[in-house]
Design a protein around this ligand. Structure first.
Ligand SMILES: Nc1nc2c(ncn2[C@@H]2O[C@H](COP(=O)(O)OP(=O)(O)OP(=O)(O)O)[C@@H](O)[C@H]2O)c(=O)[nH]1
Length: 327
């Protein structure tokens, strides 16, 4: 899997907004059924993130995630197909892994890929035993059936229009409203602008203070956005730590003012939040230009490119400041 493919996959996974969400009966029921059906002590619906696997549902395990490097499910994602390991101790790829040599002492693993509605692989549904065993053809078919039920649930989740963590719009509803705004702007020669925002060093918050603190930061940031937005503005969490603002009837100057106000509001939040971490963001803002933007995709790409430029410059300044303070 190339870095580019992996970036696209992670983007799709974050856009679904299912990482770090609460346990749901619709998935827990499947891991329970799988445990009985295959008579195994551990079953998981595992979502493979950048450097961890996180369990949307788990049966027989108390931990919520493991480092990706230790996981079997990452192989399912990287190879894009089911994986069956009859005896992990006898398989050079896995025999040294910490999940085999230590808790939960995996010997048998069977995982089937689970795909998001756009075809990207989110992770795997897997069954695990602490003794070597094999999987019959019929059992393999049943595991595939369960993977398809997980995918049906993903399809239902993807129909949502509200981001379940923050309560603001999600990528789907943002795109629908932005498409309509663009159509009207073309027809009636109206102005509108879009800003794409990505939090800086957000992963550090997750890694240092845990994912629930990361979730709290995402909620705090959405609340700040929500307080600033006027009724006709649309604010959305587009996935992970990425947000979008749609400003109808607004030229670039007005959109830039919104971003400046956001910076000021965030600075005041950072001063009063009593949190050990400070929130900051990079933004890319574009005004609709009929000559440049035939489609919403082109406009979003323009905003995204600008945002990455801002982020790159910020990172260069940060590393320069670090080098200077170290010398
Ligand atoms: N807490 C939490 N973390 C999430 C959620 N969705 C995605 N993430 C995490 O968001 C992080 C996004 O990674 P990056 O875009 O590399 O984060 P970053 O550290 O801000 O990097 P830069 O954007 O380059 O500054 C990953 O660590 C994901 O695990 C979520 O719903 N909750």
């Amino acid at each position: 899997m190339t870095d580019n493919n992996e970036d696209t996959r992670l983007h799709a996974l974050y856009a679904m907004g299912i990482l770090d969400t609460r346990a749901e009966e619709r998935f827990d029921r499947l891991t329970r059924i799988a445990a009985k059906l295959f008579d195994v002590p551990i079953t998981l619906v595992s979502l493979v993130d950048k450097d961890r696997q996180w369990f949307k549902s788990k049966f027989g395990l108390t931990i919520n995630s493991t480092p990706r490097i230790d996981s079997f499910c990452t192989v399912v994602v990287e190879e894009g197909k089911a994986l069956v390991v009859n005896d992990a101790m006898k398989d050079y790829r896995f025999s040294e892994k910490s999940l085999v040599t230590g808790e939960p002492y995996i010997r048998f693993y069977a995982g089937y890929p689970v795909k998001l509605p756009d075809g990207e692989i989110a992770g795997a549904i897997c069954i695990i035993d602490t003794h070597p065993r094999s999987l019959s053809e019929i059992e393999f078919g049943l595991l595939k059936d369960l993977a398809e039920v997980v995918e049906d649930e993903f399809r239902i989740i993807a129909l949502a229009t509200i981001d379940s963590l923050t309560g603001i719009c999600n990528r789907r509803s943002f795109s629908m409203i932005a498409e309509e705004t663009l159509r009207k702007a073309k027809k009636r020669k109206k102005k509108f602008s879009i800003s794409l925002i990505d939090l800086d060093n957000f992963k550090r918050i997750n890694d240092t203070w845990g994912h629930s603190e990361g979730n709290a930061a995402l909620i705090a940031f959405s609340n700040i956005l929500d307080d600033l937005a006027h009724d006709h503005n649309i604010i959305a969490r587009l996935g992970g730590d990425e947000f979008g603002i749609l400003l109808p009837d607004t030229a670039i100057r007005g959109a830039n003012k919104f971003i400046n106000d956001l910076s000021a509001a965030l600075a005041s939040y950072n001063m009063t939040s009593n949190k050990p971490h400070k929130l900051s963001f990079s933004a890319g803002t574009v005004e609709f230009d009929e000559k440049k933007h035939q489609t919403l995709g082109e406009m979003l790409k323009d905003a995204d490119d600008r945002m990455y430029l801002v982020k790159r410059n910020r990172k260069q300044l940060e590393s320069l400041a670090n080098t200077t303070s170290a010398s």
